[in-house]
Ligand binder design. Structure first.
Ligand code: NAD
Ligand code: LMR
Length: 329
């Protein structure tokens, strides 16, 4: 039986993450090896030609699952009928730009995109925001899509989650697949809190297995939290293939479910769990099933973790207040 293609809108399609992402979506890694996809690419007018070049390359791969590619410079058209939206395109921070300038510039992108999703996306739309500051951009888009359930708007902390798995696997001398229940709490920024107290190796707390609080505090947490800056320093450009890979993981897990006895990290709209103010888009441990996510409940949070979660959530509240002040939400 031929399945109806799933419409996937990708913004910033001509950028470096877009280039790493589109080929994996088209080859079936986003939704599954039996799910045909239709790509809808959104770019600014100056970058449409480059997006057309990428579309030519996608054609040249002859992916059996790719049933069509459309390119737009108009958000309303690009999100029409979208089942999945990957909001990657954002305004990067340039010289002399203050944090408020960045929030304002991105408000100009994510507000109309939220409105366009509200106006024309499919009823089952799932949104992942990758463009930075991802959590607050997701909040802006969500606030301008009142007819879409708030839980359909998420932001990406899966890259941080994967970075934490990689660092821990090296330290503990185990495979990443031996590690379960990793959590990133808070913001996708240097204040994020990668939590080893609830992560498990062989059913035991990873913090206990490692048994090195110095490493946890002074090496692991800052390495994961500042990895984005370290990549920029080394590569001369921000992470692209790893960010694209994490976006694929995020949506794949959302749609296909977390494994029994495990969870993942997603920035989702808070319901007040763990003292995170309702409405903020903050990273939590979540399980997924049948295309829905749920925040893992009942974890004990000690003073060390409490302080770090609170600090990152405080930053999110400040970002929300800043965009509120700018009239963006
Ligand atoms: P890039 O500059 O290579 O590409 C961005 C693309 O977005 C450009 O082609 C640009 O033309 C396009 N764009 C700008 N405004 C747009 C709009 N209104 N509509 C559609 N397209 C638009 O950047 P990149 O390296 O691909 O990174 C994209 C974003 O992802 C950045 O904000 C970056 O900071 C962020 N990022 C997030 C994570 C994460 O873990 N959440 C990780 C890495 C990068
Ligand atoms: C990353 O985590 O690699 C990026 O968010 C870094 C950045 O500032 O673009």
């Amino acid at each position: 039986m031929t399945r109806t293609p799933v419409s996937v809108t990708v913004t910033g399609a001509a950028g470096q993450i877009g280039y790493a992402l589109l080929f994996r979506i088209a080859s079936g890694h986003l939704l599954g090896a039996d799910v045909p996809v239709k790509l809808r690419l959104l770019e600014i007018p100056q970058a449409v030609k480059a997006a057309e070049g990428t579309a030519m390359e996608l054609d040249d791969c002859a992916f059996p699952l790719l049933s069509g590619i459309d390119i737009f410079d108009d958000a309303t058209k690009a999100f029409e009928g979208a089942n999945v939206a990957l909001l990657v395109g954002a305004r990067p921070r340039t010289k002399g730009m203050e944090r408020g300038d960045l929030l304002e510039a991105n408000g100009g992108i994510f507000r109309p995109q939220g409105e366009a999703i509200n106006a024309g996306a499919a009823d089952d739309i799932k949104v992942l925001v990758v463009g930075n500051p991802a959590n607050t951009n997701a909040l802006i888009a969500q606030q301008h899509a009142p007819d879409v359930p708030a839980e359909r708007f998420t932001a990406m902390t899966r890259l941080d989650h994967n970075r934490a798995l990689a660092q821990l696997s090296k330290k503990a001398g185990v495979s990443v697949s031996d590690i379960k229940k990793m959590t990133i709490w808070g913001n996708h920024s240097a204040t994020q809190y990668p939590d080893l107290f609830h992560a498990e190796i062989g059913g035991k707390s990873a913090a206990e297995v490692v048994g090195d609080q110095q490493w946890l505090e002074n090496d692991f947490i800052p390495t994961v939290a500042k990895r984005g800056a370290a990549i920029i320093e080394a590569r001369g450009a921000s992470s692209a293939a790893s960010a694209a890979s994490a976006a694929i993981d995020h949506v794949h897990t959302w749609v296909n479910g977390t494994a029994e006895g495990d969870w993942t990290s997603m920035a989702v709209v808070s319901d007040g769990s763990y003292g995170v103010p309702e409405g903020l888009i903050s990273s939590f441990p979540v399980t997924t099933k049948d295309g829905e996510w749920e925040i893992v409940q009942g974890l004990e949070i000690d003073d060390f973790s409490r302080g770090r979660i609170d600090a990152s959530v405080q930053e999110l509240a400040e970002e929300r207040d800043a965009v509120r002040k700018l009239g963006l939400i």
